[in-house]
Design a protein around this ligand. Sequence first.
Ligand code: PEP
Ligand code: MN
Length: 347
Amino acid sequence: MYQLRLDSLSPDARVALLTELSAWAEVRECRLATISADAEVLYLHGNLSPADLDALAAWSGVAMVSREDARPQVLPAPMSGARPAVRMIAGPCSVEEEDELLELAVALRNAGAVALRGGAFKPRTSPYSFQGLGRTGLETLARVSAQSGLPIVTEVLDPRDLDIVAEHASMLQIGSRNMSNSALLKEVGRAGKPVLLKRGMSATLEEFLYAAEYVALGGAPEIMLCERGLRHFDPAVRNVLDLSAIPALQARAGLPVFVDPSHGTGVASLVPSMMLAAAAAGADGFLVEVHAHPQAAWSDASQALPLTHFRDLQPQVARVLEAVGRTLELPQDLSSPSVEAGRSHNV
Ligand code: PEP
Ligand code: MN
């Protein structure tokens, strides 16, 4: 089975291409199939010679030809040389009260966070747990962003919410539970925003990279991978943070690898050590849950760092980074014009 990804074509050009390709396939005893008249992908079932494949790849209107067993091929190649500055993204698990969130955002920014992460649509194990404030939460995030100067990272759970989430956020998060949701992965790039893709809690690195490949094929301008811990047998910690995933992923693809020590442990007291270890292991960024009053958080209270701990951690992280030849990215200057729009600048 081969997959043919088409260029975007006028309806007439498409019909002409399909007619030519069908005749070509028939001569080779292959079947050409498509899921709809305007689908951007065609399937060729049968056996093709290397010369046939070359001919298809050079066909006008055909953007890409891949075999069923193709490796990820549109992700950038591993980076060589110096890696970019390390980005700190922080915020509460869920968007709750606006005043408190604004105060937290300003404090996080002053403590070195370059973006505010807060969930409006929350993926929860139990249907009876708090599910997030949805659209109201997105509106809160947008106002907090405009006032604090911090761009917003927030999760999109459902392709039907993609437009509204993208309207309010600078970066879209795909959570662990959705890393294998290929329908969402295919759609998310359409928003034209950077995507923070979290590793499935039981996903292999190969599955993780294929998920990133879906997002890249969908057209996302930038993809950040995020290691967030793997499911395991010991109830002492929520997940086991796989720090070896940092260099292993960096060796396979030229994408920044973030680390989420909050979900990675589920225990606030373990977060600082894991952040320092991740910094030493080459992490390109952090996603860390911080709350003004952790015990009162509406979700994930046990893993939220109090603000003071986050503040104290910053210089330590900076020192570890310095030791491994890296630097911490600073929040954009509030006076810079790109911050005026609040939620429109890049993270
Ligand atoms: C989150 O980041 O708030 C979250 C739900 O994380 P994960 O998808 O890693 O469980
Ligand atoms: Mn959380």
